[in-house]
Write a protein that binds this ligand. Structure first.
Ligand code: T5A
Length: 199
């Protein structure tokens, strides 16, 4: 099962994934925790270009995210799914649609097609949207990278973009109120995953 976690900055995705990984371990469920951008050697190099680079041309930014995704799916995600593992992925294709589309202003339909090309058609079975006001998420961050440093209005478009995308595909998305304490957010995500796993 392929589960992706999406949401604005500081929503708590990484923290929730760590919590869920412990729960899956406790139940003996084999799983892989991964992320975009930044998994594997290729991903780490692209992540540093994307988040630490300066003045990246916005179209180049799109293609770097897509290149990372293509490598990540082929070399890390698909092999894990083929081994029967649950894959918990911190950000994936919806982040491109939302950040580069809804927030940056590129054509959302074109980005969907490029995502399809980059993933070879692989789609998440479940996407958890950790939703919270942009101001709350940004206030949680201690180190800000290139994208975190975008103006507040950009991050507000990100939040609205995710809510819109979730509304378009309600069978795939589950929206969780991420402004609550971490344990409550993790529990809500666990319920959604357990339900999808038929447990
Ligand atoms: N991006 C990514 C694109 O533009 N296009 C794309 O296609 C893709 C894939 C990735 C950046 O790239 C962009 C989006 C991003 O801007 P990143 O560093 O991976 O960069 O950024 P994020 O995924 O946003 O990671 P963050 O670290 O910002 O947020 P998380 O993982 O959601 O949050 P987490 O768990 O690290 O928590 C942040 C802080 O909040 C605390 C934690 O302890 C931590 O200090 N916290 C809570 N505090 C109170 N209550 C809770 N419920 C809390 N949950 C966590």
């Amino acid at each position: 099962m392929f589960v992706t976690f999406e949401g604005p900055e500081g929503a708590g995705k990484s923290s929730v994934i760590r919590n869920l990984s412990e729960r899956l371990d406790a139940q003996g469920v084999r799983h892989l925790c991964t992320r975009e951008p930044g998994a594997g050697t290729f991903g780490k190099a692209v992540r540093s270009l994307l988040l630490e680079g300066e003045g990246i041309e916005p179209r180049a930014e799109v293609f770097l995210f897509l290149a990372d995704r293509s490598e990540h799916i082929s070399h890390i995600v698909r092999p894990a799914l083929d081994r029967g593992e649950v894959v918990l992925c911190d950000r994936h294709a919806d982040s491109t649609v939302v950040y580069q589309g809804h927030a940056r202003g590129f054509d959302v339909e074109l980005l969907r097609q490029w995502n399809q090309f980059a993933t070879g058609g692989l789609r998440p079975d479940l996407t958890l949207l950790l939703d919270l006001p942009a101001e709350i998420g940004l206030a949680r961050l201690t180190n800000k990278d290139r994208l975190d440093a975008e103006p507040l209005e950009f991050h507000q478009r990100v939040r609205q973009g995710f809510l819109k995308e979730a509304g378009l595909e309600p069978d795939r998305w589950r929206t969780v109120d991420a402004s609550r304490p971490l344990e409550e957010v993790a529990e809500a995500c666990w319920q959604a995953i357990s339900h999808s796993m038929g447990r």
